[in-house]
Design a protein around this ligand. Structure first.
Ligand SMILES: Nc1nc2c(ncn2[C@@H]2O[C@H](COP(=O)(O)OP(=O)(O)O)[C@@H](OP(=O)(O)OP(=O)(O)O)[C@H]2O)c(=O)[nH]1
Ligand SMILES: [Mn+2]
Length: 180
């Protein structure tokens, strides 16, 4: 790849990391160490690249930005203007509607998972994976055993529906879909 193109891709990735860092700058994770919140979106993007082999720029940018609309004062239009329609749409697909009750949000994630775009599924899976790893290593101070178990059970349901969609992307005309 031409050096100029690499430089442009890196720049756009760094722009997303910097944007997320500014938006999350006053937030901490719920763990006992009060880890800076930005560690989470950075880890989600890193999981996708390192473990998932994902190199698509829009997916990695969306991973870095995935909690900005849900958890900070960021408008979708802001993301559209700075990162384009595709990135903004993936972030939107990964954002809970905070005006809904918590149980409704949790239910909606299970129901919406199969309809998500492929890129949003990748970001959502990495998001869940990193949250589960965090729970395993340092449970949020206010979470008891039952609350932690509930997150594991619920996220397993979301991941199953996300995976079901990912593996059902077999084109309609393949032999696998023929009767007989
Ligand atoms: N495991 C873990 N999670 C933490 C920590 N600090 C903040 N979180 C965030 O808390 C959310 C999960 O907590 P819940 O009580 O289930 O959900 P809520 O914050 O949306 O109400 C996750 O949001 P999310 O990323 O939007 O994902 P999700 O709610 O869709 O799973 C996660 O990123 C931490 O120290 N450990
Ligand atoms: Mn997240």
């Amino acid at each position: 790849m031409a050096a100029q193109k690499v430089s442009s891709l890196l720049g756009r990735l760094l722009e997303a990391a910097n944007f997320a860092a500014l938006k999350h700058r006053d937030q901490r994770r719920k763990d006992p160490y009060k880890t800076p919140y930005i560690n989470h979106p950075l880890a989600v993007a890193h999981v996708l690249w390192k473990e998932g082999g994902v190199t698509d720029l829009a997916t990695l940018q969306a991973a870095l930005l995935h909690d900005t609309v849900e958890d900070t004062a960021t408008e979708e239009a802001e993301l559209e203007a700075q990162f384009g329609d595709e990135v903004a749409a993936i972030v939107k697909e990964c954002s809970d509607d905070k005006s809904l009750a918590k149980w409704q949000r949790k239910k909606h994630q299970i129901e919406a998972a199969p309809r998500k775009s492929h890129k949003a599924k990748l970001v959502s899976l990495a998001d869940k994976l990193h949250n589960l790893r965090d729970l395993d290593s340092s449970t949020p101070s206010s979470w008891d055993h039952e609350r932690t178990q509930l997150y594991f059970t619920w996220s397993a349901q979301v991941r199953l529906t996300l995976f079901a969609g990912l593996f059902s992307r077999i084109p309609n005309d393949t032999a696998l879909n023929k009767d007989g």
